[in-house]
Write a protein that binds this ligand. Structure first.
Ligand code: EPZ
Length: 422
């Protein structure tokens, strides 16, 4: 298990390349199950979650080759010989549930372990099940596994999602591409990863309109062909690294970033006194002057403030001028970074889904524990401007979603190193 040691330092300067989106890649990879022909993804991120999805697809009989140091994923699911997504893999990564829709559409059956709870919440799959059953699937829960079958194939219909769930939208969208007739998904998720998936599916021959809006319409087709698709830039990695100069001072250009990927996040940075400028090559971020101002944040589905940037924003608010109220409306337990930040001197009060942060002049380094993916990177951001040294333990969480974080931050002046802990 590795740890990361960070020593607080001054302003940052330089460029950070932003990788392909983890949360796009994790839904694009199962799309290979929809076709017998090869699907190749370029601009893929090199992350442990991608390796977990590779392990899952391979267990179903698909072939996944990581080429060009993992930036290209050449996949083929011509000979699928297993339709069971095993608990041992699914419990490691919830996104494994995204094989359910494609397997149902291609094979007419699927057995997928329920992912079980995770650090940030219970994360049920009721919206996935409701949508797929509306398409004609029979789904039964047996010993922790969803047993799904559609012996007569899937049939298009109108589906009204109670909540714009990203994963449910993705599972239903992929399944509907091979259903007979028209499917309409109302209250669909609007995240850029949905648009990226729809773009890839269209390249494979699917007929999809309305992706990126709350109403997606799909005309089912008999089969999908192969394609090559570039994974969209990772908006959460982008937002995370935009916060580095906001916290430390200085100026950083995040290469590949586009403001259109970030929804309400940029408005909040502007309100806090951070300058954000879109350039030819990406997004340039600088702290205009003096201390950052406290702002209030409520997490919402896209294009609202992303829940995946809440922990990182809290790290910024810890040393802002004034008091900030952060409301987490998407997950029921996503403030585990708060007690760790408090070990560094942050003044935070958590009541249910609301955290109130009173900014202090400067945090102080301390040994802290990473609890989940986004919490771990918020601790690193906070440590980069803290006085003294911080040791962040259990960084395997970090490696799920951030490739070479110490290299990317080190290149712009952070004092950060990874140490192997036996
Ligand atoms: C995706 O998770 C992302 N993961 C999450 O990123 C992200 O936080 C989340 O969307 C919200 O944007 C991937 O894309 C792999 P949801 P997902 O279904 O699809 C409830 C990260 O850090 N819900 O939109 O699981 C659910 O419990 C991860 O990269 C139901 O109640 O999110 C949650 O409270 C963390 N029933 C809320 O909806 C369902 O059937 C949002 O979940 C499905 C979801």
């Amino acid at each position: 298990m590795d740890s990361i040691i960070v020593r607080g330092n001054g302003p940052l300067k330089g460029e950070i390349p932003i990788a392909g989106a983890k949360n796009a890649c994790l839904t694009l990879m199962p799309a290979t199950l929809l076709s017998e022909e090869p699907l190749t993804l370029t601009n893929a991120p090199r992350l442990s979650d991608i390796r977990t999805m590779t392990e899952l697809l391979s267990s179903l009989g698909a072939e996944v080759s990581a080429l060009q140091d993992g930036k290209v994923l050449a996949m083929s699911s011509h000979d699928l010989d297993n339709h069971v997504a095993d608990y041992d893999i699914v419990r490691k990564m919830r996104a494994s549930n995204l094989v359910l829709g494609p397997m149902l559409a291609r094979l007419g059956q699927a057995v997928v372990s329920l992912p079980g709870g995770c650090a940030i919440g219970t994360r049920p799959m009721d919206l996935h099940e409701k949508g797929l059953m509306a398409l004609g699937a029979e789904i039964e829960l047996k010993e922790g596994y969803l047993h799904a079958k559609a012996p007569k194939g899937l049939k298009g219909t109108v589906i009204d999602l109670d909540f714009p769930s990203v994963g449910a939208t993705e599972n239903i969208l992929m399944a509907s591409t091979l259903a007979k007739g028209t499917t309409v998904i109302n209250n669909a998720a609007r995240e850029p990863e949905i648009v990226d998936l729809a773009t890839c599916l269209r390249a494979m021959g699917a007929q999809i309109e309305g992706d990126g809006t709350s109403r997606i319409e799909v005309q089912g087709v008999d089969r999908l062909h192969g394609a090559t698709h570039p994974v969209v830039t990772d908006r959460i990695e982008l937002g995370t690294y935009m916060l580095a100069p906001a916290i430390c001072g200085g100026e950083v250009e995040c290469l590949g970033g586009r403001i259109s990927l970030l929804g309400a996040f940029c408005e909040k940075l502007d309100e806090a006194g951070i300058s954000v400028e879109e350039t030819e090559r990406g997004i340039k971020v600088a702290r205009k002057n003096g201390r950052v101002k406290a702002v209030n944040v409520t997490t919402e589905p896209f294009p609202g403030f992303p829940t995946d940037l809440q922990a990182q924003m809290m790290a910024l608010m810890c040393t802002a001028e004034g008091t900030s109220v952060l409301e987490e409306k998407i997950f029921e337990n996503r403030f585990m970074h708060a007690p760790e930040l408090m070990r560094m001197g942050a003044e935070i009060e958590v009541h249910g889904g609301t955290a109130t942060v009173t900014g202090v002049e400067r945090l102080k380094g301390a040994p802290v524990m990473a609890t989940d993916l986004r919490a771990s990177v918020s601790l690193i951001l906070a440590a980069m401007a803290a006085e003294g040294e911080t040791v962040v333990n259990r960084v395997y969480h970090l490696d799920r979603g951030y490739e070479r974080v110490e290299e990317k931050l080190g290149n712009v002046g952070a004092h950060i190193e990874r140490v192997k802990v036996t």
